[in-house]
Write a protein that binds this ligand. Structure first.
Ligand code: KQY
Length: 387
């Protein structure tokens, strides 16, 4: 049985592992909304299929899909992808899925943040969002993982951790007035310490220019390994992104992580600038209560929005002029992983990218005392969760 736990992960000895630590698998959702995805979401569905197929080369993938879309999703997704019926309001599993935490014995639990569609009624991207807010709980029940319901409005894309006590966030997002208006910086930090098990929070300023999440860090910067951060970058001084990335660069150089280290900062040049085409904008059904799409609008494209799988990097292909250089850069940052590029413009048109549509479940590790001794093997074992 899955329990909703009192207390906090930190008090119970849990921490959020870094994405580069071993995974049991990855969760995604199926894109369906015609007011966010053009042409009734069909091009986006095909892009999501490519992402799921790429990840499933490295780790098990589960996709949640609403009842009417189940037959299509099942038919389009590779057979080895597990498809489960699950209501949702849109397809951003990073944000509506659980943030998993682990303890020293290898137990995995999930944090279920409050979700308000990136800003609630004052600036959020759609209403209602009640089905999205239930997704983390449903995924945790399917995975048979106990759950903490956090008192904070937060999203998985708003946090990155190094797994060694450091979190990376932006002020634009976590201090925004439409997420936790009654909480200041100190209270938010306390919430992150309690629910992620971190002891040091590094605050960047703004997120990527025109990012409709309101500044998610996962489009701007992420940990490559402890002590090393990858930052989206442009050398075009007149680009509005220039000052944002420069500010992040300076803050990262001034920062110390939880272990007192200075950070090595790696620049990852961004694609574009990219903007929304007229036909692309016209394919989205305008609906009251949603943001709508305007041709010519700048897209928040960034190669930092990649997913780290077991042994792989699933990176967005966004611009034929820059994709190859970005892939080479990622290969040099992750020499032990295979870099797989997936065409991702259709995901970008919906407002996010590959990291935003995925959510890892960390591998449960058996402790030395509990691990069975296998013939010919040692005591150390890594178990896929749910097996
Ligand atoms: O990037 C994300 N994490 C979510 C993007 C939401 C966009 C909704 N149109």
């Amino acid at each position: 049985m899955t329990e909703t736990l009192p207390g906090t992960p930190a008090a119970d000895g849990f921490r959020m592992p870094a994405e580069f630590e071993p995974h049991a698998g990855c969760w995604m959702l199926w894109p369906e909304r015609p007011d966010n995805w053009r042409e009734a979401a069909r091009p986006a569905q095909l892009a999501f299929v490519e992402v799921a197929a790429a990840i499933t080369q490295f780790e098990p993938v589960t996709v949640g899909v609403s009842t009417p879309h189940y037959p299509t999703a099942r038919a389009l997704l590779p057979e080895r992808v597990r498809v489960v019926e699950m209501a949702h309001d849109d397809a951003w599993m990073r944000d509506v899925g659980p943030t998993c935490v682990v303890d020293a014995r290898g137990t995995v639990r999930g944090v279920d943040w409050r979700f308000n569609a990136w800003g609630g009624l004052a600036g959020g991207l759609y209403f209602p969002w009640d089905q999205d807010d239930l997704v983390a709980r449903k995924a945790l029940e399917i995975e048979r993982l106990d759950r903490y319901r956090a008192p904070l409005v937060n999203e998985g894309g708003a946090i990155h951790v190094d797994g060694e006590g450091t979190a990376l966030v932006t002020e634009e997002c976590l201090l925004s007035a439409n997420r936790n208006p009654r909480l200041g910086r100190e209270s938010i930090e306390r919430g992150l310490r309690d629910y992620l098990g971190v002891s040091q929070v590094i605050w960047l300023g703004k997120g990527v220019f025109n990012d409709e999440t309101g500044g998610h860090v996962d489009n701007l910067a992420c940990f490559v390994r402890p002590g090393e951060v990858c930052l989206t970058w442009t050398d075009r001084r007149r680009d509005p992104q220039y000052a944002i990335s420069l500010d992040a660069w300076e803050r990262l150089h001034e920062a110390r992580d939880a272990r007192g280290r200075r950070l090595k900062v790696q620049r990852l040049p961004m694609p574009g600038p990219l903007s929304l085409g007229a036909r692309e904008a016209a394919g989205v059904v305008a609906r009251q209560g949603t943001r709508g799409r305007v041709a010519g609008e700048r897209l928040a494209g960034s190669y930092v929005n990649f997913y780290i799988a077991n042994g792989g990097i699933i990176m967005p292909l966004l611009d034929a002029r820059t994709d190859r250089a970005a892939a080479r850069r990622l290969k040099s940052l992750f020499p032990a992983r295979r870099v797989v590029g997936v065409p991702a413009r259709e995901i970008l048109l919906g407002g996010g990218n590959i990291h935003c549509i995925t959510q890892q479940v960390p591998a449960a590790r058996m402790s030395r005392q509990r691990a069975p001794v296998h013939a010919g093997g040692g005591r150390r074992a890594v178990r896929r969760h749910g097996s």
